[in-house]
Design a protein around this ligand. Structure first.
Ligand code: ADE
Length: 236
């Protein structure tokens, strides 16, 4: 993979995913603009197979929960070795454990991760990971929403995609992220394109007026209306 230094000479933004299913990557991250940017070297992706650090003859990575209960828990010694291995080459990146218990991933947090050198993501499976590795390795727990996935890999797709599309050059000159949902604390205004009339529904006249000031005011008002209606917590 080519390494294109950024304009300030830094290495490209990079994601490393610690997972039991490295074949899932790049997966959807290999498609469309984010995938093209990967091929172009605007960002990089690698995986670490947690099982490579498994213990015993069967390279076990998990065991039953202390205190009893259902499911299996990923072992702290195995995970610590995998994390230390990944960190040894990238000590500057934040280490994140994807978990429904984590702080919520917001556009503000995405901007923070995207502006940094990259991320090291631990994608868990089973019932979870031994609590001691979270503390012992200072992992930041991040959740992509209040629902439970069967593993962190899909959460890793979401976090990486959201970060990469903000990197300079990824969306190209045509696309702007500044008016998108959440960027200004509002949900995005409605968009329309041809045909002008469809099943009795017309494009609002103002959008065809050519009056850019009026169009901007209409869009702002619509964004505020939709935000108030759907997400009052965002305080439009
Ligand atoms: N792993 C399982 N569920 C998750 C969630 N909601 N967010 C992040 N990682 C997860």
């Amino acid at each position: 993979m080519p390494h294109v230094p950024q304009s300030d000479g830094r290495r490209p933004w990079a994601a490393t995913v610690l997972t039991l299913f490295p074949d899932l990557f790049p997966g959807p991250l290999g498609a469309s603009l984010v995938g093209q940017a990967l091929v172009a070297g605007l960002w990089s992706l690698d995986t670490v197979q947690i099982r490579d650090f498994g213990t015993g003859r069967h390279a076990s990575v998990d065991d039953s929960p202390a205190g009893g209960g259902a499911g299996m828990v990923l072992r702290t010694d195995v995970l610590a070795q995998a994390i230390d291995h990944a960190r040894s080459s990238h000590p500057e990146r934040p280490s994140i454990y994807l978990s429904p218990r984590g702080e919520r991933l917001t556009q503000a947090l995405v901007r923070e991760f995207s502006a940094g050198p990259g991320v090291l993501l631990l994608a868990g499976r089973f019932e979870g990971v031994d609590e001691r590795v979270i503390e012992g390795r200072g992992l930041r727990e991040v959740s992509i929403g209040d629902y439970v996935l069967s593993g962190g890999e899909i959460a890793a797709y979401a976090l990486i995609d959201a970060c990469v599309r903000l990197l300079p050059g990824v969306l190209g000159g045509a696309a702007s992220t500044s008016e998108e949902s959440f960027e200004n604390g509002l949900l995005e205004y409605p968009q329309f394109t041809k045909p002008r009339a469809w099943e009795g529904r017309a494009i609002p006249d103002i959008l065809l007026s050519g009056d850019h000031k009026k169009i901007a005011a209409w869009r702002r008002a619509e964004a505020e209306r939709i935000t108030r209606q759907r997400r009052p917590d965002l305080k439009a």
